[in-house]
Design a protein around this ligand. Structure first.
Ligand SMILES: [Ca+2]
Ligand SMILES: [Ca+2]
Length: 251
C-alpha cells in the first residue's frame, strides 16, 4: 500500500472515529437538554401551583382578616350599646335610690323617734308597768292612746313589737303581757275600745280560750303572755307594760 493510501486510511479511520464521538456526544447532550427541559417544565408547573396557592392563601387570609375586622366592629358597637344601657341603668338606680331614701326619710318623719310605723299609726311599747287607767293617762301624755287593735295583722304587729321590746329588758319586768285599750268597766260584759268607743263585738277579737272569764273582777284587756299573747280580761289595778298608739305626723 502506498504512503498516500496509508494516510488516507488513517485519516478516514480517524474521521470516522471522531465523527462518531461527536454524534454520540450530541445525542447525550440532547438527551440531557431534554431532561433538563422536562425538569424545568416540572419546576415551572410547581412554581405556578405555588403561586396560585400563595395567592389563594393570601386572599383567604385577607378574608379572614376582613371577617375578624367586621366581627370586632360589631362587638365594639354592641359593647358600646351595653355600656350606654349600663350607664342608663346606673342613672335609673341612682334616681330610685334617691327616691327610696326620700321615701324612707318621709316615713321616718311620720313617726317620732323610737315609735314604729304600722298603717297610719305609730306604736311604742312601754315596759314601765302601770295599772290600766294609769297606762291610759301615760299614753295621753305621749299624745297617744292605749293601743286599739282592729285586725289580725295589727294584732300580729303589736305582738311582734312587744316581743322585740321584752328582748331588751329583764324578762320579769314584762312577764304579764301588755295592756291594750279596751275594758268592760262601764257595763260588765260589754267590751269597749276606750279611745274610739267601739264595741269589740263589732270588729276583730282575739280572745284566748274561755276568756273573758273574770266577770266584775277582771274588767281590763291585755295580751296574755302565757297564752301566746291571746286576749285576756285581767284586774285593772295590776301593773303591766302597755302599748301606746297615735296617728302618724301629717303636718
Ligand atoms: Ca269584766
Ligand atoms: Ca281573764
Amino acid at each position: 500500500m502506498s504512503r498516500i493510501s496509508v494516510l488516507f486510511v488513517f485519516f478516514f479511520y480517524a474521521f470516522m472515529c471522531f465523527g462518531l464521538t461527536i454524534s454520540q456526544s450530541q445525542i447525550d447532550n440532547q438527551r440531557k437538554i431534554h431532561l433538563l427541559r422536562s425538569d424545568l417544565s416540572k419546576l415551572e408547573n410547581l412554581v405556578r401551583v405555588l403561586q396560585i396557592g400563595f395567592a389563594e392563601e393570601k386572599q383567604f387570609t385577607g378574608k379572614k382578616l376582613d371577617v375578624n375586622h367586621e366581627a370586632r366592629l360589631i362587638l365594639d358597637n354592641e359593647l358600646l350599646k351595653l355600656e350606654q344601657k349600663l350607664a342608663q341603668n346606673e342613672n335609673a338606680i341612682a334616681e330610685l335610690s334617691s327616691g327610696l331614701e326620700q321615701s324612707r326619710e318621709f316615713l321616718r318623719m311620720l313617726c317620732d323617734e323610737t315609735w314604729e310605723l304600722y298603717g297610719l299609726s305609730c306604736y311604742k311599747v312601754f315596759n314601765d308597768e302601770d295599772a290600766w287607767q294609769d297606762a291610759v293617762e301615760k299614753c295621753k301624755l305621749e299624745g297617744a292612746f292605749l293601743v286599739e287593735i282592729g285586725s289580725s295583722k295589727e294584732n300580729d304587729f303589736v305582738i311582734k313589737l312587744f316581743n322585740q321590746s321584752i328582748a331588751t329588758v329583764n324578762s320579769s319586768d314584762a312577764y304579764q303581757g301588755p295592756w291594750i285599750g279596751a275594758s268592760d268597766i262601764q257595763t260588765e260584759g260589754e267590751w269597749i275600745w276606750q279611745h274610739n268607743g267601739r264595741n269589740l263585738e263589732t270588729g276583730y277579737q282575739e280572745w284566748h280560750k274561755d276568756e273573758p272569764n273574770g266577770n266584775t273582777t277582771e274588767n281590763c284587756l291585755h295580751l296574755l303572755e302565757t297564752a301566746n299573747l291571746k286576749w285576756n280580761d285581767s284586774p285593772c289595778g295590776y301593773d303591766k307594760p302597755y302599748v301606746c298608739e297615735k296617728s302618724v305626723n301629717l303636718k
